[in-house]
Design a binder for this molecule. Structure first.
Ligand code: KIV
Length: 271
């Protein structure tokens, strides 16, 4: 029997047990009530209300513009659609970088106003004091290392991170620091598979990979990418399971045809 199937509600503890049992953790993003219900009902372990909402929901080029109030709106919608999975909510850019008091205040707003279960923030040593403070307040924290999209203007591109030894060493150190600070899991984004494997084996908390190879303790994808809602974004690490864009477009074209042809509504579709 898998750890996943045995439990009624997924908690941070469940994820630790899954790592110990060698059972992979599944995570997908969601931003609204309806898709959260579909994803939770299908048996996912974790939903991430990602700040990727800035890209896929609001159409911004980066994750930087989304606000704390907007994240709270998305997260509270997701929570109303979920029965079983663990919900992680991203702290958006600008809501935690200034100092640890502001970081804690933002995390508390997420927990109080959304009903979310945990928060995620990006970075290692630079944000360690904030992580300690949030964890001390009883709020579970997921870390995020490697490609951290809130720092895109520092990196300059979305290419693979930590290929060079110096950056790989910093990532190794940061992962240990996040574990010691009390993070319950860490997202590893777009780093070499061998480094992700080494880090995953060297810490006791689960790693969740995106573009980080098969040896992370779990995997995460952005829902819009894996369902083919967005079809322009095709990085090598992405597996697209559906082409909703094509199917939805065909359905809308058929609706237009039916209305223009006076075929919709028909005799049974009226009062
Ligand atoms: O915001 C997001 O969707 C994320 C995932 C890419 C991990 O942080």
């Amino acid at each position: 029997m898998s750890v996943n199937k045995e439990i009624k509600k997924v908690t941070t503890n469940t994820l630790h047990k899954m790592k110990e049992a060698g059972e992979k953790i599944t995570m997908l993003t969601a931003y609204d009530f309806s898709f959260a219900g579909i994803i939770d009902g299908a048996g996912i372990d974790v939903i991430l209300v990602g700040d990727s909402a800035s890209n896929v929901m609001a159409g911004h080029e980066t994750t930087l513009p989304i606000t704390l109030d907007q994240m709270i709106y998305h997260a509270s919608s997701v929570i109303r659609g979920v029965n079983r999975c663990l919900v992680v909510v991203d702290l958006p850019f600008g809501s935690y970088q200034s100092n640890s008091d502001i970081a804690l205040a933002s995390a508390i707003r997420i927990m109080k106003e959304t009903g979310g279960h945990t928060i995620k923030l990006e970075g290692g040593e630079e944000v360690i004091e904030s992580i300690r403070k949030i964890v001390s307040a009883g709020i579970p924290v997921m870390g995020h290392l490697g490609l951290t999209p809130q720092s895109i203007y520092k990196f300059g591109t979305y290419t693979v991170r930590a290929r060079e030894e110096e950056e790989a060493n910093k990532l190794r150190r940061d992962a240990r620091m996040l574990e010691e600070a009390g993070c319950f899991a860490i997202v590893l984004e777009k780093i070499p598979a061998a480094l992700a494997k080494e880090v995953s084996q060297s810490i006791s908390i689960p790693t969740i990979g995106i573009g980080a190879g098969p040896d992370c303790d779990g995997q995460v994808l952005v829902m819009h990418d894996m369902l083919g809602i967005n079809t322009e974004f095709k990085p090598r690490f992405l597996r697209q399971y559906l082409n909703i864009h094509e199917q939805a477009s065909a359905a809308v074209q058929q609706y237009i045809k039916d209305v223009k042809a006076k075929d919709f509504p028909n005799a049974t579709e009226q009062y």
